[in-house]
Design a protein around this ligand. Structure first.
Ligand code: 9WN
Length: 449
């Protein structure tokens, strides 16, 4: 299967390259997305490293002066109506040398330092000139990646506990995850907004596979709130309707600092502050997002102080942290292997986005049940990191088998493996390339310190 899968994955990435950047998919997502660009770069490193760097440059070229990296960089050649909410709705003013309406004001999980490190370490397979070019790219990216971390761990520490808060479910990348249900229940759902603004996603995708109209009314209302405040983060918890600490987002923040420590060594900067911040964020995840009764990580609503009552896959993602105490590693593995998430040995398939035994588990609806490859890719890395080689291998095989059988879909049915959503989805293809090529364990910065 491998050469056929390799060819089809490379073909998806060729098809989805548009005017100097990669789109997640042609129809549903016609602009550039932030965390997609990171996963995509990991795969492009094998087939077209120049494009991996160019895509990251396109994204960081749109970084705000305050350090935030926008969750969407809009392509000016795409019509306003081709994605909702489009550039006009976000109404982002001009900044630096960027014209107005160039991006959104939200962020996504900062996967980019991990991705940049992965692209750099793959450059050794492409000769000395490629390594030198990759070092230059790291030099360009490093201060920008640092500014991104400083924004997130500074202005976005809305709870004052050393954790980053997200201000919209879209920032998590796991849009309609049950992890946000309790916090979202308090956000007004003005359904008349959907008469004023038509959803574009349901014109190109099956409505039963997407977030509901109620979700969308809330999503739009939250954008209006943040936009009305000028996308400013001061005092967020007092005035904004959704302020939540997510275990996956924060684990990625800490993983970014581990990657930055390694990048710092290459570009001649001091790695120590990165290791120190990674340690602090890891400690805060353990101290504040762990629920001892269920022995799982949960999201926390900063406005109410409550942990979410739902077991979602974001609670497994802290496994990617090298400094995670053994007790928590063991608990995450137990959860991953339980009937709730079902490692491939139980289900024959990768891990779903939500507890399979929950009454409202939904096999089709986006992040409320289906399998997503990027999250499984992160979990596999965590398993390798903590010495669960057999399980990591099982997961790798299950992912490759699934993509080979069903195609480079956006997400997959958690019982049948049927492809759902977009059929030529960039991060699925990119990560398939990485899974085909890479059987090695990622070495954490901490282990070398
Ligand atoms: C909103 C692009 C993005 C991913 C997210 C995924 C989905 C957008 C949407 O698509 O979100 O940002 O329109 O539903 O949930 O993870 O980055 O692929």
């Amino acid at each position: 299967m491998s050469s056929q899968l390799w060819q089809s994955a490379a073909a998806v990435l060729d098809t989805n390259w548009a005017r100097g950047h990669m789109v997640p998919s042609r129809r549903l997502y016609p602009h550039q997305w932030s965390w997609d660009a990171a996963f995509i770069a990991v795969g492009l490193a094998y087939v077209n490293p120049q494009r991996a760097w160019a895509d990251l440059r396109n994204l960081f070229g749109a970084q705000w002066p305050d350090g935030r990296v926008p969750h969407i960089v809009f392509d000016p050649a795409v019509a306003e109506g081709d994605y909702f909410p489009g550039p006009g709705f976000w109404d982002v003013p001009a900044y630096a040398d960027r014209p107005a309406h160039g991006s959104t004001g939200l962020v996504q999980p900062p996967m980019h330092a991990v991705a940049a490190w992965e692209v750099y370490r793959r450059a050794t397979g492409h000769g000395a000139a490629a390594v030198a070019a990759a070092r230059d790219e790291l030099g360009w990216l490093y201060p920008r990646l640092c500014a991104q971390q400083e924004y997130l761990t500074g202005a976005r520490d809305a709870g004052g506990r050393g954790l980053v808060s997200i201000v919209h479910p879209w920032e998590s990348g796991l849009d309609n995850s049950p992890s946000w249900d309790a916090a979202m229940a308090a956000v007004p759902a003005d359904l008349s907004l959907l008469q004023r603004y038509a959803r574009r996603d349901v014109q190109v995708a099956d409505i039963t596979h997407r977030p509901t109209d109620t979700d969308y009314a809330r999503y739009i209302g939250l954008v209006q709130s943040y936009r009305a405040g000028g996308y400013d983060d001061a005092g967020l918890a007092a005035w904004h309707g959704f302020v939540v600490e997510c275990p996956a987002f924060n684990a990625i923040v800490a993983a970014a600092d581990h990657a930055l420590a390694r990048i710092a060594e290459v570009v001649g900067a001091d790695p120590a502050p990165h290791r120190e911040r990674a340690r602090r964020v890891t400690a805060a995840v353990v101290a504040h997002l762990w629920e001892p009764a269920s022995r799982t990580f949960r999201s926390r609503d900063v406005r109410t102080g409550e942990l979410s009552g739902r077991r979602c896959v974001n609670g497994l993602v802290p496994l990617m942290l090298p400094g995670l105490p053994r007790e928590h590693v063991v608990a995450i593995m137990a959860e991953a292997e339980s009937e709730r998430f079902g490692m491939p040995s139980l289900s024959g398939l990768p891990i779903p986005s939500y507890d399979r035994t929950a009454a409202d588990f939904d096999s089709y609806r986006y992040w409320r049940g289906p399998i997503w490859i990027n999250i499984n890719w992160l979990l596999r890395r965590g398993m390798l990191l903590h010495g669960y080689e057999a399980q990591a291998d099982e997961l790798r095989t299950a992912m490759l088998r699934l993509i080979h059988r069903s195609g480079h879909y956006e997400y997959f049915h958690p019982a049948t493996g049927e492809g759902i959503g977009e059929p030529a989805f960039s991060w699925t293809a990119a990560l398939a390339l990485d899974l085909l090529a890479d059987r090695t364990a990622p070495v954490p910065a901490a282990a070398r310190a």
